[in-house]
Write a protein that binds this ligand. Structure first.
Ligand SMILES: *[C@@H]1O[C@H](CO)[C@@H](O)[C@H](O)[C@H]1NC(C)=O
Ligand SMILES: *[C@@H]1O[C@H](CO)[C@@H](O)[C@H](O)[C@H]1NC(C)=O
Ligand SMILES: *[C@@H]1O[C@H](CO)[C@@H](O)[C@H](O)[C@H]1NC(C)=O
Length: 339
């Protein structure tokens, strides 16, 4: 009985406190001291983190070679589109890449395309994820327009993305000996395991009159066609890199790597650029100064703000103090006249 009443009262008081908005609450007051401390803390954290990231980024050695123009023979440079579309002209090309700094294996090989809008709305949608997983058992491929069937037979893999598969190839030679390129495990494991079927084989692919890109070996299931898997993870930006393979030998300073490439892919008709990139990696991935610069910038800004606030605070307190003092004196003076 007693406890019941107590509980009731407790509830009443809680209700009362709530309706009167006087419940105990945490009210963080941003006093000048706190604000200065927070900014100082941010500066102290961000600047070292930024410097460490910048250092990691500077340790990455990168060689970039743009080859799309130099690989077109002089006489054809005026009309590159008809050169690339003419199958009778051999497309082989040799490039020399000089190593300016020691590169530790694994050295990643990327191709970089610029001005290539893989994020275009109709391009991104032109694929069928269900078909990639189930093959011809899956019939509704209307998403794949305009590359869904050919001669009334379905295309596997269908859609514009697969159809425009990148098809330049690269071979690397150093001092007369071929550098082995590991082309395995270049795609995401989750893509290989869960998005591309293990029993789905390319069918009727690149078999029309208009050929958009690379062909696929019909004997190999889609889950092992890693170039396709890499290509089909579309890029969000018009300038992107995709992994081609890995060189698993170190390269020394002043080594010259001869690249024998097949310049097949047509980027000339829309003014795209093609580049070949050799890059080492750090714990942070590839070369990227942005993160480091951003961290240092935020850290420095915070420190500057902290200093400004310290100065303002000191100045303001001083003024306030003198103001209070004056008031006090005035009071004393008026009092003393009364006495
Ligand atoms: C292309 O290959 C042919 C024959 O294999 C060779 O004679 C020619 O020099 C090569 N062209 C270039 C640019 O490497
Ligand atoms: C490719 O197309 C031709 C007809 O243009 C057809 O005879 C052939 O069977 C097709 N190949 C495949 C793998 O479907
Ligand atoms: C490579 O792709 C281009 C289209 O970009 C195509 O015209 C050419 O026939 C393809 N070549 C090979 C060897 O697959």
């Amino acid at each position: 009985m007693d406890t019941d009443r107590e509980r009731h009262r407790a509830r009443e008081t809680a209700f009362y406190l709530f309706t009167q908005q006087s419940l105990p609450a945490c009210k963080p007051v941003l006093t000048p001291g706190w604000v200065i401390a927070i900014f100082l803390f941010m500066g102290v954290i961000f600047i070292p983190v930024g410097l460490v990231t910048l250092r990691a980024s500077h340790c990455v050695v990168e060689i970039v070679d743009r080859y799309d123009i130099d690989c077109v023979p002089e006489p054809s440079r005026m009309d590159k589109v008809s050169y690339i579309q003419d199958d009778s002209i051999p497309k082989n090309c040799s490039r020399f890449m000089k190593v300016h700094k020691y590169m530790k294996a694994p050295i990643y090989i990327y191709y970089q395309l610029d001005n290539y809008y893989q994020n275009h709305r109709r391009y991104v949608k032109s694929r069928s994820d269900k078909q990639l997983l189930d093959g011809q058992k899956y019939h509704d491929t209307s998403y794949c327009q305009p590359v869904e069937s050919n001669n009334n037979r379905p295309i596997v893999p269908c859609g514009l993305i697969a159809w425009s598969l990148f098809n330049d190839t690269f071979e690397f030679i150093r001092e007369g000996a071929e550098l082995k390129v590991n082309r395995k495990n270049i795609a995401w494991k989750s893509d290989r395991g869960h998005k591309f079927g293990k029993n789905v084989y390319p069918f009727n692919f690149q078999n029309g009159t208009l050929i958009g890109g690379g062909k696929l070996n019909p004997e190999i299931p889609l889950s092992d066609q890693e170039d396709l898997i890499v290509w089909m993870r579309t890029s969000a930006l018009p300038s992107f890199r995709k992994l081609y393979g890995r060189i698993e030998e170190d390269l020394d300073v002043d080594d010259v790597v001869v690249v024998n490439l097949m310049n097949n892919y047509n980027t000339y008709s829309f003014g795209g650029k093609k580049k070949l990139v050799l890059s080492t990696s750090s714990w942070l991935g590839g070369k990227n100064d942005f993160l480091g610069h951003a961290c240092v910038f935020v850290g420095c800004s915070s420190l500057t703000l902290a200093i400004i606030f310290v100065l303002l605070h000191a100045l303001w307190r001083h003024e306030l103090f003198t103001l209070e003092q004056e008031k006090l004196f005035r009071v004393i003076r008026t009092r003393s006249t009364y006495i």
